[in-house]
Design a protein around this ligand. Structure first.
Ligand SMILES: Nc1ncnc2c1ncn2[C@@H]1O[C@H](COP(=O)(O)OP(=O)(O)O)[C@@H](O)[C@H]1O
Ligand SMILES: [Mg+2]
Length: 361
């Protein structure tokens, strides 16, 4: 389950001391441009990750002329508090210190749909990896250690290559080969699971998002060349040794899981040939596919949708909200309110947001 029962944004961008007891189903925030809608979505995301999807710099999200940000919430009966300044970072669960951000991510699996984050179909490999690894993390949390070790090994290799130091290189190349197999197999396994979910009848209604007789497909590119076997350590190690010279010239390792990506196809067309509109709709489609997959594994993500009607018309909004409601996931959506949106008041709370002040309508 993941339900935010209470939310208190003491300080985050233009949100100052805002408190809500969110609806367990739909929370819809209406407000004009520049009022704080994206800030609210970003604050929720921040609480689930201890970082932003918009900015790397803490200074951007701390309210102007203030020293720290602070958000607290009750999530599935756990009292969570995040307080952060330039030099200090505090995460508390029921007043006990927590040292790892992954505890936040685990407690609050957040799926975000926002034009500020970009779209996964037709999007950059980095976003695709983050899509992939979000799913992999929730299915196999233990793999986080492997990712950390991999990044460490990669960093060491790149330093050695930059300094032309070949002495310890072999040791780290062996490490990379081993860790890489673990990561690639988990990713490939996850992609297989997603494909199975795509074929399930429960997902059928969502295919209406893109009306045509459709064929959806996607493939994992593991980050290695085609002549290496990504699940065979030996094959990767041999490849690394053989190409040491070219890595040395480049001064970094340009193959491996850190270069993985997903290729999407729609009616046999590569994603790059699709229109912007199709890429957007397909991205939403694939984000929700992940939500369904996790729900079936008994993990209920919280879904954030920023500027809902800028991406979708009323019919599609109904389709998506209806689908998510059936999955019993909690939704936070924002809208500019140009066109009245019809949401069922029985399962939704509507708020107005003006100059950072949130009022229940
Ligand atoms: N660090 C900050 N401190 C205070 N206000 C901020 C900060 N960063 C952005 N803002 C303000 O937030 C507002 C934009 O909010 P945003 O959530 O992006 O609007 P929208 O409702 O259009 O999504 C602007 O008025 C901007 O000045
Ligand atoms: Mg916005």
């Amino acid at each position: 389950m993941a339900i935010i029962e209470k939310l208190h944004i003491l300080r985050f961008r233009n949100l100052d001391n805002q408190y809500l007891e969110p609806n367990t189903n739909i929370n819809l925030f209406i407000g004009g441009n520049g009022q704080g809608k994206t800030n609210l979505i970003e604050a929720l995301y921040y609480l689930g990750h201890n970082r932003s999807f918009k900015s790397k710099n803490i200074k951007d999200v701390v309210p102007f002329e203030k020293e720290f940000l602070q958000i607290d919430a009750v999530v599935d009966d756990v009292r969570v508090l995040l307080k952060k300044s330039k030099n200090k970072n505090t995460i508390l669960f029921n007043q006990q210190k927590v040292s790892s951000n992954s505890r936040l991510t685990h407690l609050m699996p957040i799926q975000i749909i926002s034009p500020d984050r970009g779209f996964v179909v037709g999007g950059p490999p980095k976003l695709k990896r983050s899509y992939l690894d979000w799913g992999v993390f929730h299915v196999k949390p233990d793999l986080l250690k492997t990712y950390k070790s991999y990044n460490k090994a990669l960093k060491n290799i790149n330093t050695l290559l930059t300094n032309n130091n070949t002495k310890q290189l072999d040791y780290w190349l062996i490490q990379i080969a081993t860790l890489s197999v673990e990561i690639s197999s988990a990713r490939a396994d996850y992609i297989q699971k997603l494909k199975k979910t795509l074929k399930k009848p429960q997902f059928g209604p969502l295919k209406e998002l893109i009306k045509q007789n459709n064929k959806f497909d996607f493939h994992l590119q593991t980050g290695w060349t085609k002549d290496t076997n990504h699940i065979d350590q030996e094959s990767i190690y041999k490849y690394l040794i053989k190409n040491r010279g070219s890595f040395a010239k480049l001064k970094h390792l340009n193959y491996g899981p850190h270069k993985a990506t997903i290729d999407y196809y729609f009616n046999n067309q590569n994603e790059q040939h699709l229109s912007r509109g199709e890429q957007k709709k397909l991205s939403i489609f694939y984000w929700i596919l992940q939500v369904l997959m996790l729900v079936e594994l008994n993990i209920k993500p919280i879904v954030l949708i920023d500027d809902i009607s800028s991406e979708l018309d009323q019919e599609k909004i109904d389709l998506i909200l209806g689908f998510l409601i059936k999955l019993e996931v909690q939704i936070f959506a924002t809208d500019i309110g140009n066109k009245p949106l019809s949401v069922d008041k029985k399962i939704a709370t509507i708020y107005q947001i003006d100059k950072g002040i949130i009022v229940k309508k």
